[in-house]
Write a new protein. Sequence first.
Lengths: 312, 151
Amino acid sequence: MSERPKDEKFVHDALDRLPVVEAPDSIWRSIEASLDAPARAPERRVFWPRYRWAFAVATAALVAGIGLYWRTANRPHWEVTLTRAGKTTQEAVRAGDWLQTDASSTAEVRVGTIGTVEVSPHTRLRIVTTRPDEHRISLQHGQIKATITAPPKLFFVDTKSATAVDLGCQYTMNVDDYGNGLLNVTVGWVAFEWQGRQSLVPAGAQCRTHATAGPGTPYFEDAPKALVNALEDFDFANGGETSVGAILANARQRDTLTLWHLLSRVAPPLRAQIFDKMISLAPLPKGITRDKVLALDPQTLETWKNELAWTW
Amino acid sequence: MVKKLALLFVLAAASVWADGLSLTIGPPVAAQLAMPTKKFFGIFAVRINGCADVSKAQLKASGEGIVGDERRSAPTEPAATLTPGTYMVSRQWGNDGKWVVAVSATCGSETAGAIVPTHLNNMVREGIQLLPHAPTKAETDAALKAFNPAQ
């Protein structure tokens, strides 16, 4: 007890002897900052704070990329077998892709599950749509052979001057860069359409199309040459009445296919001449009347065409 | 009154059957648009005419051919189209030899028939025979003998 007061006195005296020195400003600033600190929100610790926006953008890009890849990988596609100089390779084509063959190559495209398209050399085409309810290609130039076993109006081939609408069929089609071409049907029916004009082409028949006029009038492959020439003039050279006269003069029974189409493409006086020629080649079926045919009644014309098909 | 009604019925029936049962033969395109999916391919179409109830009509077809020196038969089942009474006949034999198709239809007690020459996947219209009965073996053999398809 006696030692402790003595030590305290010694320390107190020592402290009294120390000089008073003013603290540097930096200490006061530090103290003030410490006093203010509890009032401020605690600072969050963030990884790479300077690059957080770049990180966010990169993450978004990665997610978008994965999504795009997934979508592309799962987008409907058609399988293509390319043959070049005897070697075959497999590819997949999707909507928007182009397919081109040269002098030494061909291709076979599997159109979903509904058929195939054989692509001849020197052909260029684009895949437009690969949906289950619409399969569509655009033929720029060259030749294709399509074999389709599907309900009508699922497969379309666009050209610059006509669209071939499959009605369950097999056909070849060739077209040049300007849109001039020829459709040749070997099985079934194809509707050849352009700007409201339609030619129905059955197996064994063919139909030309022209860049400025669209699809012409269909005719059977074995039609008389004089009829075919006159039809060419009528369709694409303003042949008019003279051409129709030549067509009627050379028409056989199965050329009622051609005459049936002409009914709706001529003025009434010529229409009556065509009708008379048709009934001289194939008897008028029950329920079909002259008046309704000349008035271009759609149901009458459809029924008559269906009956005429039995005679082709 | 009953007798008069019966007489009217008989007269009406007679007028319906006046044309009798018959067949129309045409190219496949005549029936193709009425075909169910994936059955478009055929060598010719057949339509049964003069049958009051085509749902009860029956159609049979058989390829009859000569390959080399051998006489062959190849039954083929006509495919019904979506149009009642209309059928598509397809080929069930190879490319060799010459072939006709014997077709027979029945509707009630009536029968009708046809013999249709064919060449590969096409009918040969010029040689078609329409018959008021099912083709007999003699008629079929004679048609085969007379038929010389273009090679």
